[in-house]
Design a protein around this ligand. Structure first.
Ligand SMILES: [Zn+2]
Ligand SMILES: [Zn+2]
Length: 494
């Protein structure tokens, strides 16, 4: 039963750089798009996507899909608790919060440390030994079980061919690994690693897996070393390779210096001890209480995603905010519900800025515009308020403080702002309103800097003098100046 596969890969940097993208466009037309920022890839959805696109061998594929589901039902209760990957009701965030909980519980005791090894496997899915896999599956559900027979059948005969719709490559026979992009592959991987939990038996070490992403932690470094030694043996027995270079160690502690004897080894080679590590999308720092780096990374990723959306200024403002909530907010807030209690006022400020930057682009005002004005113009509440409601998070001192600062700034807005056209009319908020940026820019700075004799950046004050009429000029003098001959549109141009 030979199958021709579509090409799919994740959004890893090395897959998405321009050279690769260009090559793929020209060489492989049968590509499946992987959604951006999707740690929970649902392979079944993609399988259906293939069907919709091609309608090819629908019967076989559907049977295959049903088997995948059947298999999940059959084996799910036999997969160990520490495996979070591709299981009902469990996500990457569950895995991370489980790890964080372990660390926090240890660090509550003064002077205690918690050591974690983040294990990286080389091409785990490709190297799986099929015979071992079938043996483990037989042990689990029985050798004569229909699913065992079918899966053994599928894995005993498959080859891949790459098609560019004109030519087909030579057949490449696969004898190792589970099938790429197949809905049952993650389940098969979970079956393969079911017995891995035995390496932590009778120790204080705990293990967390999300598919092939694995973390093992303990407050007892000697025990953790023993577990690592067992892991090496387990990997050998199962023909999996641990990537030493990418396997990292982190020592979580309440303070104090890193000690040399806290370094673990893998096959007698010391592991690299790192101060931060991105685990399933959340960057952990050794002090644990700090998520500064994670927040910075999420904010930067959200702002980058924002710049990929063109013509924001042409969108109706409410529509733009709907877009923000569905496409940008999830990137900025990933992981926040599990670290909310540790966020600082400064972290909250960074998250809030993602929203104000977005609104500035919708409004067509400059990046240095006072953020507080954007909330009034857009008639929006603060992003952190939204997040707290959406994620059902409690009030924290940092949250209260951050909100107080934001509200204080909003209350300090000058009163004339509220009688500008932008605030008294809403036409400019509609779709494709060509002059939106003129109305909004007038409201936020009045083009004061264009006519004031003081040329450096400043807030308008009593000493400001108009260079056209030589009279005192306030923020919104441009529209009242008798000598001003040009229109606001012209002011806006340069
Ligand atoms: Zn001035
Ligand atoms: Zn004037």
């Amino acid at each position: 039963m030979p199958l021709v596969y579509m090409f799919q890969q994740d959004n890893d940097g090395k897959h998405t750089d321009q050279i690769n993208k260009d090559w793929l466009i020209w060489n492989i037309s049968q590509q499946l798009r992987t959604p951006p920022h999707s740690p929970d890839l649902n392979l079944i959805e993609h399988w259906l996507e293939i069907l919709k696109k091609t309608g090819w061998r629908v019967g076989i594929a559907l049977a295959f899909y049903a088997q995948g589901c059947g298999l999940v039902v059959e084996v799910d209760n036999r997969i160990p608790e520490c495996q979070f990957g591709f299981r009902k009701g469990r996500s990457t965030l569950h895995a991370i919060s489980y790890l964080i909980e372990q660390i926090e519980n240890t660090l509550r005791h003064p002077g205690k440390k918690y050591h974690v090894v983040f294990v990286d496997y080389c091409k785990a899915f490709d190297l799986i030994n099929r015979e071992t896999l079938i043996r483990k599956l037989s042990n689990m559900i029985g050798e004569s079980h229909a699913l065992t027979t079918i899966i053994a059948d599928i894995l005993s005969c498959n080859y891949i061919q790459i098609s560019d719709e004109i030519t087909l490559s030579n057949k490449i026979i696969q004898t190792n690994g589970v099938l790429q992009g197949d809905p049952i592959s993650p389940v098969l991987f979970n079956i393969m690693t079911t017995d891995i939990t035995k390496i932590t038996e009778d120790t204080t070490a705990s293990m967390i897996m999300y598919a092939d992403d694995m973390a093992i932690g303990s407050s007892n470094i000697e025990e953790l070393q023993q577990v690592l030694n067992k892991l090496v043996r387990w990997a050998e027995e199962n023909s999996l390779q641990i990537n030493h270079q990418k396997t990292k160690q982190m020592n979580f502690r309440n303070g104090g210096k890193q000690r040399k004897k806290d370094t673990l080894t893998l096959q007698n080679e010391p592991l690299e001890v790192v101060q931060k590590f991105k685990y399933l999308g959340v960057t952990l720092q050794t002090t644990l209480k700090s998520y500064r780096i994670h927040i910075q990374e999420r904010a930067a990723a959200a702002i980058k995603a924002m710049y990929n959306i063109k013509n924001l200024q042409q969108l109706e403002t409410k529509m733009a905010m709907t877009l923000f909530r569905s496409a940008i907010a999830p990137i900025a807030t990933y992981g926040l519900n599990i670290i909310w209690g540790n966020l600082t006022v400064s972290d909250m400020g960074k998250i809030e800025r993602v929203n104000s930057s977005f609104m500035k682009r919708v409004l067509g005002v400059g990046r240095t515009t006072l953020s507080r004005l954007t909330y009034e113009l857009m008639k929006e509440r603060f992003f952190i308020e939204d997040i707290r409601t959406q994620l059902c998070m409690p009030n924290t001192p940092a949250y209260e403080k951050a909100l107080e600062v934001l509200r204080g700034k909003k209350n300090a807005i000058w009163s004339e702002f509220y009688i500008t056209d932008a605030m008294t009319t809403r036409d400019w908020a509609n779709t494709n309103y060509e002059l939106r940026h003129i109305v909004t820019r007038y409201a936020v700075h009045g083009f004061h800097h264009k006519i004031c004799t003081t040329k450096r950046y400043h807030e308008p004050n009593d000493e400001c003098v108009c260079e056209l009429c030589q009279k005192p000029c306030g923020r919104y003098h441009v529209e009242n100046c008798r000598e001003s001959k040009t229109s606001l549109t012209n002011f806006c141009k340069d």
